[in-house]
Write a new protein. Sequence first.
Length: 142
Amino acid sequence: MITDKLLRVSEDQAITTTAVSTNTIDLGVARDIGEGTSLTMYFTVTAAMVGGTSINFEVVNDDNAALTSPAVIGASGAILTAGLTVGANIAVKLNPSIGTTGQRYVGARYTVAGTYSAGTVTADMVETIQDGKKYYASGFVL
């Protein structure tokens, strides 16, 4: 998995209530973010979530950078707090036609059930994901 600073929408963003990402990706800038390629928003819990019930990790787009009235273009579904420990990864696949929706900005929204007292998330738009969790049987030789 290769990450790019221009495709990072949250970096160690504190999540206590429902919020949108601190950054957005501007599709109006002339650059290729993967036209015709399946993209994924990759969320990583960088500090354990404490207190709330669940979070729905959403990828949204809007016609303004503040994401004041976003449309959801991908979602994880509710992830319970027990699964939101340090290092937890949530991948939300997107449709390759992301740039044809007529909305200029892409970001993330964290829809929270309950209120969290602690926890941070980093979110990146990537082409491929790497889970780093390959397990082999004892005595397996490569």
